[in-house]
Design a protein around this ligand. Structure first.
Ligand code: APR
Ligand code: PHB
Length: 396
């Protein structure tokens, strides 16, 4: 089997890349270990930067996003028992974010690939990548895998490693060729999906002496809520009652007027938090994109957006190569992506550091965090910095 670009992984990175390449007349094959149902039902991120939503709309996969996406023109930072709104409309030149769950993005892209006759292998096993190491070698890169009970070998010009943090592409690169930058945080998030109308029109990021809490949503009927917990928290210790109780305490206002609406919990889970970057994001003819190359803590809502911005750069570079034979943009892929990656890392780390309880004994740090929140919500310059990062920095 042959194609121009072999794509490992059918998350947002792999599917958006395959879609963008198709629009440029470039053939690709996507290979994914999970079933389509699994990928579409996996509960993941839910905030699209305006630029991400625009890309999906402009490339013809935005119909449902337009119907069901919730446009948010601000967020609330809640601390000391009071809410403070960050107004994107005013502070970020009218730009906004769109609440639309990652699993719907993935479903829309699967539909688009299928409608265009794109080849996507799901439930693939034993996926491995070969012969990508020497840019000048005559041997072409290959992806081997098993699917539908048969062994396959896909020969391609380039491989895109879009297989997430636990995928096989990054570990297939000789260790000495990569530098890893890593930070693991001493806490995690316990997240629930609840059948309850969101108790606020906009997201609420709450700083509390018992730890961070976040109110988010998936639709006008479904709330998504999180509380900071231990990184290895046993979900078994958290009954539904305990979760709601903690959310009431951490999100509550001093005047007692704000009410959190409860509802049946549909799903719950704990995720660890880390910041991770690998440099460079390319080795020979293997290009890493999305979570395969970097992880951000979820506080800035950036994971999916960063994956999409990587593959936008990669699609443009591959289009230039196939049109003109020029490799200059491909050679620049890692440098272009990393400039954005590090700015987004900084923002995600900063939001995380400002809002979480790091050390219960450190009263100095807690005062400093409250001062920072006070500054961010009272200085126009500081609010504007938060707003322009949250809605998404301009594309290079
Ligand atoms: N072979 C093929 N596919 C694989 C392999 C493998 N060996 N290992 C993992 N995969 C698949 C996973 O099953 C998953 O569907 O690769 C896909 C990677 O998708 P994501 O993890 O969603 O990563 P990415 O597309 O980079 O999107 C990043 O997803 O995790 C969120 O918060 C993150 O929002 C961010 C976004
Ligand atoms: C979510 O809705 O899952 C969500 C929203 C904002 C974040 C993180 C997660 O910062």
């Amino acid at each position: 089997m042959r194609t121009q670009v072999g794509i490992v992984g059918a998350g947002p990175a792999g599917l958006v890349l395959s879609h963008l390449l198709h629009l440029q007349g470039i053939d690709s094959v996507v290979i994914e270990t999970r079933s389509r149902q699994y990928v579409e039902e996996r509960v993941r991120a839910g905030v699209l930067e305006q630029g991400t939503a625009d890309l999906l709309t402009e490339t013809g996969v935005g119909a449902r996003l337009k119907r069901e996406g919730l446009i948010h023109h601000g967020i609330e930072l809640r601390f000391g028992g009071r809410g403070h709104r960050i107004d994107f409309q005013d502070l970020a030149g009218g730009r906004a974010v769109i609440i639309y769950p990652q699993n719907k993005v993935v479903a829309d892209l699967f539909d688009a690939r299928q409608a265009a006759g794109g080849r996507v292998f799901v439930e693939a096993e034993d996926v491995s990548v070969h012969d990508f190491d020497d840019a000048s070698s005559a041997a072409k890169p290959k992806i081997r895998f098993r699917a539908g009970g048969e062994s396959h070998e896909l020969t391609c010009d380039f491989i895109a490693g879009c297989d997430g943090f636990h995928g096989i592409c990054r570990p297939s690169i000789p260790a000495g060729a990569l530098t890893i930058y890593d930070r693991v945080y001493p806490f995690g998030w316990l997240g629930i999906l609840a059948e309850a109308p969101p108790s606020s029109d906009e997201l609420i990021y709450a700083y509390h002496e018992r730890g961070f809490a976040l109110l988010s949503m998936r639709s006008p009927e479904i709330s998504r809520l999180y509380v900071q917990c231990a990184p290895d928290e046993d979900i078994g210790n958290w009954s539904d009652e305990r979760i709601w109780q903690e959310l009431h305490i951490r999100l509550g206002t001093a005047d007692g007027k704000w009410k959190l609406t409860e509802g049946p919990i549909l799903q719950k889970g704990v995720t660890g938090m880390r910041s991770f970057v690998v440099e460079p994001m390319q080795y020979g003819r293997l290009f890493l994109a999305g979570d395969a190359a970097h992880i951000v803590p979820p506080t800035g809502a950036k994971g999916m957006n960063l994956a999409v911005s990587d593959v936008r750069v990669l699609a443009r570079a591959l289009a230039e190569f196939y049109k003109s034979g020029k490799r200059s943009l491909l050679e620049d892929y890692s440098r272009i992506c990393l400039r954005r990656v590090w700015k987004v890392q900084r923002f995600s780390w900063w939001m995380t550091s400002m809002l979480h309880l790091f050390d219960t004994d450190n009263a100095f740090d807690q005062r400093r965090q409250l001062a920072e929140l006070d500054y961010v919500t009272s200085s126009r310059a500081a609010s504007q910095s938060l707003a322009e990062n949250y809605v998404g920095l301009p594309m290079e």
